[in-house]
Each structure stands twice: as structure tokens, then as C-alpha cells.
Design a protein around this ligand. Sequence first.
Ligand SMILES: CC(C)(COP(=O)(O)OP(=O)(O)OC[C@H]1O[C@@H](n2cnc3c(N)ncnc32)[C@H](O)[C@@H]1OP(=O)(O)O)[C@@H](O)C(=O)NCCC(=O)NCCS
Length: 143
Amino acid sequence: MLREAKPEELKTIQKMFKNGLFEHGLDSRVKLNEPKVFIAASQGNLVGFCKLGQKPRSNDGFILRIEVLNKFKKGGIGKKLIATAHNHFRGKNITLVNTVAVRNAIAFFSKSGYKAKRVYDAGRPKDAVAEMTKRIRQRRRPR
Ligand SMILES: CC(C)(COP(=O)(O)OP(=O)(O)OC[C@H]1O[C@@H](n2cnc3c(N)ncnc32)[C@H](O)[C@@H]1OP(=O)(O)O)[C@@H](O)C(=O)NCCC(=O)NCCS
């Protein structure tokens, strides 16, 4: 099940991150306008989340984090979370979505249609991050 996170679930995500269950937390240092967190739950347990919003002074959407628990990876949850993020942006008439993908997530974002604009590897390809972007289609208006 995917839905917007309740306030107490934001604390749960941070706790799970501190306990090493997620690789990244919600990172409140990154300023986003109208930040949203969507969660994926399985049998009442939080198993993934996606944090998104808009960078200040940008008209584009920005995906800050997308995380799925190890045990649930490669089961399609990441894909559903990203589709939820795209739907949210569509609702705001946003057509371009950006993200910064760590090396291990580049293939995942590529599968969802993101293109790498710039790759930084600071001399260590294993630590590379890529600025990625995707143009999302708007819903067709009924005639
Ligand atoms: C990246 C991440 C969110 C993907 O979630 P997921 O639930 O495993 O992804 P899905 O199962 O929905 O995969 C969607 C597609 O991407 C592919 N994919 C997912 N992870 C992949 C990987 N590491 N390498 C190659 N392909 C990958 C899947 O095979 C699938 O392909 P398909 O559409 O052809 O079947 C998850 O691996 C994760 O939490 N990673 C750690 C955190 C992270 O790095 N987040 C991104 C930056 S914040």
C-alpha cells in the first residue's frame, strides 16, 4: 500500500535509518518547498519511502530520497513509489523531475526513464553520483 506518511511515520523512518535499516534518512538539511513523503507499507509495516518536493527557486520536481528495505528490494516497490511521485508532480503541472542518484541507484532511475545529465565520480567511480532528469507526461484531458 502506498500513501502519504503520517507525522509519526516520519519519526519511524529516522529511527529505522539510525538503526541501519535504510541507507539514507529524510535529510532535513536539504531545503525543499512543499516537501512530501510517501511510504510503502506491507502488512502494516513501513518498508519504503520517497521524499520529494521542489528546490527553492526551481519550477521542476525533485526526488530527494527513495529507499526500500533490503528484504523488499527488486520487488517493484521502488517503481511504485516513483510512479506515486510522478503522479504527485503531475497534479501540480510539473513536467520535469530531477534527482541525484548514488551509483547503485543509477540503473534503477534509468529503468524509470531518467537520463543522466552529469556524473561526478571525484576520481572514485564506485562513489559516483549522477544528476538525472526525466520529462513526465501530463495526463490526457478527457474530450
Ligand atoms: C533504488 C531502490 C529504491 C530501488 O527499489 P526497488 O524496490 O528494489 O526497485 P524495483 O524493484 O521497483 O525496480 C524497478 C526496476 O529497476 C531495476 N533495479 C532496481 N534496483 C536495481 C539495481 N540496483 N541495479 C539494476 N537494476 C535495478 C529492477 O530490476 C526493475 O527493473 P524492471 O522494471 O526491468 O523489472 C532500492 O534499491 C534502494 O532502496 N536502494 C538504496 C537506497 C538508494 O540508493 N536510493 C536512491 C538514492 S536516495
